[in-house]
Design a protein around this ligand. Structure first.
Ligand code: FAD
Length: 311
């Protein structure tokens, strides 16, 4: 056993039972902009279900190559207007000039949006190599610096516990994260992962690289392994063999799949909590129930004020 494995085993033994969690965790939720009216209803019902948990913020993704520019804006602006949750807009610099980015960022500022999740993004054609727009930003670090010149946004950036697929190596990827934070980002949100040890190792390496900003784990509650495998292949996340074993034979049992999915993510969160994590970012895929169940197990309960307002 390596030191890391021993450390991980110790943390697992030390992990408090769900019943003993103090309820002091904070959460944020990520959504994608809906394409149809039906999807809009689903998203909105998810937002309303999760709002009473008083998330620190909710964020809305930006489609590849800026393809959802208007829809992302409309969704973020609606959340900002109609709920008490601070809304964060994802923004990428793929296929956009600096002027276009300025326009988008200024329209967010005018709409009262103060938080941007700043990303380089991926080319719209899957598998293509990123090439910066001739008048654009070449990386997320440059985008962060550009946004800071436009307005004093709060900025989150991406981090990769299992290393971004284009990075020369893990250290180069950490150096890049440090550049983004030094350029003015406030926190990092990680790509999804399934091994708590991968997160802890990354957090230790970040600390050794003098990164002291908050690193928030991105939690993907998985109920569809095939779909997750596709995402994982694109972003360099590992799907552990036990994941397949746990979902084996459940194709015709959707309810059991949901229970298994909640158990896996809740267990991951419990271990992370034991390792000191107090902010969890959920990739909700616009569905509330799994994330809600995991938050409940983490000890979160609807905020009394939010309940009164809803009534
Ligand atoms: P960067 O930080 O610029 O890094 C990209 C790669 O280039 C890395 O390998 C990095 O190590 C390397 N690199 C950068 N600068 C240098 C340099 N100077 N020298 C050497 N190497 C360098 N995508 C979307 O399209 N829309 C979204 O809404 C979206 N939301 C996301 C949210 C989160 C929390 C995460 C984790 C990812 C999200 N993504 C999204 C995916 C993201 O756009 C891709 O992972 C993309 O490939 C990299 O974006 P980045 O911001 O990490 O890029």
């Amino acid at each position: 056993l390596s030191i890391n494995q021993l450390e991980e085993a110790r943390r697992a033994l030390d992990a408090p039972l769900f019943a003993d969690l103090a309820g002091d965790a904070q959460v944020s939720f990520e959504f994608f902009p809906p394409k149809t009216e039906k999807m809009e209803e689903t998203l909105w019902s998810a937002v309303q279900t999760l709002e009473p948990l008083a998330p620190r913020f909710v964020s809305v993704t930006y489609g590849a190559g800026g393809s959802t520019r208007e829809r992302t804006h409309a969704t973020v602006a609606r959340i900002q207007r109609e709920t008490a949750i601070p809304a964060a807009a994802h923004l990428t610099c793929v296929e956009a000039s600096r002027n276009e980015i300025r326009e988008v960022a200024e329209s967010y500022w005018v709409a009262g949006v103060r938080h941007i999740v700043a990303l380089r993004g991926d080319p719209p054609v899957a598998g293509a190599r990123f090439a910066p727009h001739p008048e654009g930003y070449a990386s997320a670090a440059e985008l962060v610096a550009g946004l800071k010149e436009i307005a004093p946004f709060e900025i989150s950036v991406a981090a990769y516990p299992e290393t971004h697929p284009e990075a020369a190596n893990a250290q180069a990827d950490l150096d890049n994260l440090k550049r983004k934070l030094d350029a003015g980002a406030n926190r990092a949100i990680t790509q999804f992962f399934f091994s708590p040890d991968a997160f802890f190792r990354f957090r230790d390496q970040a600390a050794a690289a003098s990164i002291d900003a908050e690193i928030v784990p991105g939690i993907l509650p998985v109920s569809n392994v095939a779909q997750t495998r596709k995402f994982a292949a694109m972003c360099g996340a590992a799907i552990p063999p036990w994941m397949d074993r746990l979902f084996e034979g459940l194709d015709d049992h959707p309810a059991a799949r949901q229970l298994v999915a909640a158990t896996i993510s809740a267990e991951l969160c419990r271990r992370l909590y034991a390792g000191g994590v107090r902010h969890f970012h959920f990739y909700t895929l616009n569905r509330a129930e799994l994330s809600y169940a995991i938050c409940h197990l983490l000890g979160l309960r609807p905020d009394a004020n939010a309940r009164v307002e809803a009534a």
